[in-house]
Design a protein around this ligand. Structure first.
Ligand code: SF4
Ligand code: SF4
Length: 312
């Protein structure tokens, strides 16, 4: 039976999949203590998440490539690879869940579990200093999916004795490249990583506005410099995506991607585009930015005032 779940995953485009036991993710829990992920600590115990006894839990973990993007055209913002492939990722995971149900398994849809920790337990990769999982052959540009199934773990399911990852080669490239200095020998400080400010934009210090560059959502800098990604094939952003991310469009009528959920708010995209306009010297966009100075969104209004001053 377990080979059927594996085969279904491979048919859907995952490149690897493996089962693990449902023991709590204690190592992950100790890592998130004191970080902005602490609020998700409840995810550490699959028995709590599912309501099933531990010996009736199998967690399948699968990875699929999430290709890095390169060559963003001038005049548009940039989006991280994870967000670009989010829609495809969700569709693929749902199809995997559907396939398991069709096979007669009871599952929890969209189970909330620490995906990287599960993938490390499964032996699909190691922990990088940049906080991401690095998979042999695929690097850190991967999408990780989880399938929580009510069935006794198969004999080859790995348990918590594999949770302490040996880690990456610690070359320090990501430490040197991070614009926020968020990475150290101890790992990534998620409180000050640029990605974290995208979910708490009111807390981005003004002196860090230039560090946003033209990032609209996501930051892949620490992945682009990682030697584990050297052989990973980069792809060009589609024309449609590049058009949606043109700064003129973002500043007036943003419609990036409904799948982005909480980020798919016009004021969010406009406020990121305002920073990108300054950071790329777009004086021609000043009239569009001045039109946002009195916006009812306090963050957008504040950034627009700052940007107007910078561009005048
Ligand atoms: S850049 Fe070097 S130190 Fe950073 S995650 Fe990659 S291998 Fe590890
Ligand atoms: S995502 Fe960007 S800001 Fe965050 S740790 Fe990596 S390089 Fe630094």
């Amino acid at each position: 039976m377990s080979s059927s779940i594996l085969n279904a995953a491979l048919k859907l485009g995952y490149v690897k999949a493996a089962p693990i036991t449902g023991h709590p993710f204690e190592v992950w829990l100790s890592r998130v203590k004191g970080t902005n992920l602490e609020g998700f600590a409840f995810m550490y115990d699959p028995a709590t998440v599912s309501g099933w006894p531990i010996d009736e839990i199998t967690i399948w973990v699968a990875i699929a490539p999430s290709p890095p993007l390169a060559g963003w055209p001038e005049g548009c913002g940039e989006m991280g690879a994870h967000y670009v492939s989010l829609q495809a990722s969700r569709t693929r995971r749902t199809a995997w869940e559907d396939a398991a149900i069709e096979m007669g398994y009871k599952i929890i849809r969209d189970a909330f579990l620490p995906e990287r920790a599960a993938a490390i337990r499964a032996g699909l990769g190691v922990h990088g200093l940049n906080g991401l999982m690095i998979a042999p052959d695929y690097g850190s540009f991967i999408d990780i999916s989880i399938l929580l199934v009510k069935t006794a773990p198969p004999q080859n399911a790995r348990g918590p004795e594999y949770d302490l990852s040996p880690g990456c080669n610690k070359c320090r490239n990501c430490i040197c490249a991070c614009p926020k200095g968020a990475i150290s020998e101890n790992g990534v400080d998620t409180q000050i990583c640029l990605r974290s400010y995208m979910s708490k934009p009111d807390q981005l210090p003004k002196e860090d506005y230039p560090k946003m560059g033209r990032r609209i959502i996501g930051c892949d800098t620490c992945q682009h410099v990682c030697p584990s990604n050297t052989a990973v094939k980069q792809v060009q952003p589609s024309e449609d995506l590049a058009n949606r991310l043109k700064l003129e469009t973002l500043l007036t009528n943003p419609d990036v991607c409904p799948i982005l959920g909480k980020w798919n708010k016009p004021a969010y995209f406009k406020s990121q585009a305002v920073l990108a306009a300054v950071n790329t010297g777009r004086k021609d966009l000043l009239p569009l930015i001045e039109a946002l100075v009195d916006d009812e969104d306090a963050i957008l209004s504040e950034r627009a005032k700052w940007a107007a001053d910078q561009l005048q």
